[in-house]
Design a protein around this ligand. Structure first.
Ligand SMILES: Cc1cc2nc3c(=O)[nH]c(=O)nc-3n(C[C@H](O)[C@H](O)[C@H](O)COP(=O)(O)OP(=O)(O)OC[C@H]3O[C@@H](n4cnc5c(N)ncnc54)[C@H](O)[C@@H]3O)c2cc1C
Length: 315
């Protein structure tokens, strides 16, 4: 187990923002996680665990403790039972591709979502009508206080829109998961479906910008007038009483708004982007202007989907 000191964190995030970690370790399994927590306890350091870095903003001050990055963890396919077992640190894109190639359907619409399998399960990542939780069979998670690994059934994971049990219980670190998929005899169709999804994503908004994807969750909106306006504006029906945060941000006139080098994306107003050299402070100031304007002018409270780390507030 190697612990490195004063490691810049920006390089590990898709936002490319953040100060340094006092201590940093790459970890591939529960045993190594246990070793990390022992070290943190010995040195009396706070701990933060992440993986793909595609849904976080590290503060400009960085993190005053041990930052653990989950990597790899292995992947096994059981074609007879249509199951895939995968380590939490494996990129989601690798899981999707391996499932497609094996002719196992269920994950193909998730192609193009950055980050790891563990991060995706924690936030129940989704796109194009599919959420990762739909295909989860079970999840194994390491409890940072007891040092034990517990297995959760899909039901116990408590998946809902951008939510799982793990989001509200950060002491559990997901170490692996088993997926139950649907067998098909046409892997080529699954690969083609994923290619189409990636092309759609690229056509809708640039994927190569420095950002953390959608900054805010799509809120439940009670006001029927806003739903009517949304429908008139876009020709689309709102789903489950939720309106796209990006539409609301545009509605209050903030498309393209800039604070320093942080900007509300022109292409997708729910993406706050680092145009080059943005600080976490600039991103947070912009996010707070967005929240305030949407609250004051549309009467809707936005909640961040992105996790803010090292700002002193609970995440
Ligand atoms: C261009 C772009 C497009 C995106 N599109 C989508 C989209 O279409 N749909 C969507 O849902 N999301 C999207 N996202 C957001 C992001 O990709 C997902 O939220 C992703 O699942 C986060 O995984 P990660 O490994 O990067 O998490 P990280 O950013 O590393 O961590 C995020 C949070 O998860 C926690 N975490 C990470 N790993 C674990 C683990 N193993 N156990 C417990 N907690 C853990 C961390 O502590 C942190 O709080 C997009 C992001 C970008 C940059």
């Amino acid at each position: 187990m190697t612990f490195k000191s004063n490691i810049p964190l920006a390089q590990y995030t898709t936002f490319r923002i953040g100060g340094t970690a006092r201590l940093f370790a790459d970890v591939g399994n529960a045993m190594e996680l246990a070793e990390c927590y022992e070290r943190a306890q010995k040195d009396d350091l706070p701990v933060f665990v992440f993986s793909g870095g595609s849904n976080i903003v590290f503060s400009d001050q960085g993190f005053p403790g041990l930052v653990i990055r989950l990597t790899d963890g292995g992947l096994q396919i059981d074609e007879k039972r249509s199951r895939i077992s995968v380590g939490a640190g494996i990129p989601l894109g690798v899981l999707v591709e391996r499932a497609n190639k094996a002719g196992l359907s269920g994950l193909e619409n998730l192609a193009g979502i950055p980050g790891s399998v563990g991060g995706a399960i924690r936030g129940n990542a989704g796109a194009f009508g599919v959420e990762i939780g739909d295909s989860v069979f079970s999840v194994k998670a390491f409890h940072s206080e007891s040092g034990m690994v517990r297995e959760f059934s899909k039901k116990e994971c408590d998946f809902s829109y951008r939510h799982s049990f793990f989001k509200t219980h950060p002491k559990y670190i997901i170490v692996s998961a088993e997926f139950r998929l649907t067998p098909t005899t046409h892997p080529d169709r699954l690969l083609e479906a994923s290619r189409e999804i990636v092309a759609l994503r690229e056509a809708k908004h640039p994927q190569e910008v420095f950002c953390a994807g959608s900054f805010f969750m799509n809120p439940v909106v009670e006001n029927p007038k806003l739903h009517e306006e949304f429908q008139k504006d876009t020709g689309k029906e709102s789903k489950n009483k939720r309106l796209p945060a990006g539409w609301l941000i545009d509605h209050v006139g903030l498309r393209g708004k800039m604070i320093g080098h942080a900007k509300v994306s022109e292409a997708h107003p729910n993406y706050l982007i680092n145009t080059g050299g943005a600080t976490a402070e600039e991103v947070l100031t912009l996010a707070s202007i967005v929240k305030q304007r949407v609250r004051d002018e549309a009467g809707v409270m936005l909640a961040a989907e992105v996790q803010l780390i090292g700002f002193g507030a609970p995440h």
